[in-house]
Every structure is written in structure tokens, then in C-alpha cells.
Ligand binder design. Structure first.
Ligand code: AMP
Length: 283
């Protein structure tokens, strides 16, 4: 695996790859890799000829009181995992390489960036869109692969690709979970043993809701209340939001109907750790 830290070297390496007619797949990450990230890499290998992973904790997607400084980092560990998984290139820039002294461009997508995650984290998706657009440009990728774990993020990136006419195919990979059902996340390491155990309630509640919905529960308020009640059986949880929306559009219906594809999204706190999860249900 070739490690590159500068934009100019990435441009010249990717130009060489392009000249050979090869298809480039990008797997953007913030590092501290787990099996969820590695599953994206394995998908990526099937989707193209050359896989470039990026490792960058992007300061612009963290709010002022969020965990940018505390976000877990372990370059050596990540490098070994990427090498073992068969990644071709790793782009690992410094913050100064990505945002030089005179950097000032902002992206504001509006729309779905302002709801759900966007309420609690108002500038988050603008920061995500900015870094993802830069990474797409730097790596000259043909395909971008992202996890369903960050479902709203995927839809924001898809919106950017559509709105800005980027010639990039996006692929969403399934959520990889711990044995207790908790979605894998770099932030899980901050959970105490008891919090980790109780956090299984996120996935359990989503699965229980799916059964209820497939059994006939169709009113949005009822679905959200059912999940809220189930989540609150955990003594350590603090719910940020629970919402049920139409897939892709995030339209909020009072009631769902056969043929609808819906997504239930939630965010909860366990102590100082904020966790998200979701489930897609075809009615
Ligand atoms: P992050 O490093 O958290 O920014 O995540 C990098 C990519 O990995 C994003 O596309 C995430 O959606 C994806 N990802 C994170 N956790 C998981 C998981 N448990 N299963 C699948 N993909 C994941």
C-alpha cells in the first residue's frame, strides 16, 4: 500500500492510474478503523480496480463543543489494518494540507442537512460535504463507498453529487454490528462496559419496531413513540431524536402505506458518547 500525504502527489499518482484506464474507488474514513470500515474496503475491491482509502479527522465537520480533539486516532494500527485488507493507496494528509492558511470556501447544501442530525449538529453536513468534495477531486475517483450507518450522510453526499453534477457513482454498504447488535463505531471505545451492554437497545428497538410495522403499525407518531418507549428501558440512555421518514426524500408523513420504503433514524447519548443507528424497511 502506498501512503501519500500531499494533494499534488495524489493528483499525479491518480493521473497515472487513470491513464491505464483503471476505475478508482474511494473509501473515506476518519480512522480508528473497525470491521465496518474494513467491510467498505472489501466492497470497494469488488467495485473497481484501484482502492484509495483516506484517513483524515476533518475539523470542519465538528461543532465547537464536539469531540474533535478527543476523536480516537491510531495511525500505525490503521495502516496495518488497511495493508492487511489489501488497500492500494492511503491518503493521509495533515490539516494544513487540506485547509491552508487562506482557505475560506464553504459549501451549504440546505435541505436535508438541516433536519435530524442537522438540528443537533447544524454545521456538520456542510463540513462533511466540503471534505468529501475535496477528496473526490483530489483522488479523481469514479466510485465512492459509504456506510448505511451514516444514512443521512449518504443522502447528503448523494444530493451534492446530483446538485453539482459530479460524475461519481455512490454505493451504500450495510451496517456492521458488534455481537450485541450495537453498530460498530470508532466512538464505541468511549463506552463503559455497562453503557456498551445497554447500548444494544438501539438495534433491539429498531428490530422490534420493524416487526410492529410489518405487523400493521403505520402511523408515524405511534412508531416513534413505540421506539422511544423501548429505548427508555435503558437506565443510562438520553435520547436526542427518533424519527421515521420516507427513504431518499426524508418526507415526514403522518401515516405510511404499502409500497413505501421508510427509514427509522435515531441518535442517543450514553454518558458523553453520542451514538446513531437506523433501519430501512420496505412496506
Ligand atoms: P467514519 O470513519 O466514522 O467517518 O466512517 C467512515 C465510513 O465508514 C463512513 O462511510 C461510515 O458510514 C462507514 N461506517 C462507519 N461505521 C460503520 C459500520 N458499523 N458499518 C458499516 N460502515 C460503517
Amino acid at each position: 500500500m502506498k501512503i501519500i500525504t500531499t494533494v499534488s502527489e495524489t493528483h499525479s499518482e491518480m493521473n497515472k492510474v487513470k491513464e491505464l484506464g483503471k476505475k478508482i474507488v474511494i473509501v473515506p474514513t476518519m480512522g480508528y478503523l473497525h470491521d465496518g470500515h474494513l467491510s467498505l474496503l472489501n466492497h470497494a475491491k469488488e467495485l473497481g480496480d484501484v482502492v484509495i482509502s483516506t484517513l483524515f479527522v476533518n475539523p470542519k465537520q465538528f461543532g465547537p463543543n464536539e469531540d474533535y480533539d478527543k476523536y480516537p486516532r491510531d495511525f500505525e494500527r490503521d495502516r496495518n489494518l488497511l495493508e492487511k485488507t489489501g488497500c492500494d493507496y492511503l491518503f493521509y494528509p495533515e490539516v494544513s494540507e487540506m485547509y491552508g492558511e487562506h482557505f475560506s470556501t464553504q459549501i451549504s447544501l440546505g435541505g436535508i442537512t438541516k433536519i435530524l442530525e442537522g438540528v443537533t449538529r447544524p454545521t456538520h453536513y456542510d463540513g462533511v460535504a466540503l471534505i468529501v468534495l475535496k477528496l473526490f477531486n483530489i483522488t479523481k475517483c469514479d466510485v465512492g463507498i459509504f456506510g448505511q450507518k451514516d444514512y443521512q450522510q449518504f443522502m447528503v453526499i448523494q444530493k451534492m453529487v446530483n446538485d453539482l453534477n459530479l460524475d461519481i457513482q455512490l454505493v451504500m454498504a450495510p451496517i456492521i454490528r458488534e455481537n450485541n447488535g450495537l453498530a460498530m463505531s470508532s466512538r464505541n471505545r468511549f463506552l463503559s462496559q455497562e453503557e456498551f451492554t445497554q447500548a444494544a437497545i438501539l438495534n433491539k428497538s429498531l428490530i422490534a419496531a420493524k416487526e410492529k410495522i410489518l405487523g400493521g403499525m403505520r402511523k408515524r407518531n405511534e412508531i416513534n413513540k413505540f421506539i422511544t418507549k423501548s429505548l427508555l428501558t435503558s437506565s443510562l440512555i438520553k435520547i436526542d431524536y427518533v424519527e421515521t421518514v420516507i427513504d431518499f426524500t426524508f418526507v415526514l408523513m403522518d401515516e405510511f402505506h404499502s409500497g413505501d420504503r421508510i427509514v427509522i433514524l435515531l441518535a442517543c447519548w450514553f454518558g458523553t458518547t453520542r451514538l446513531i443507528d437506523n433501519i430501512i424497511i420496505q412496506l
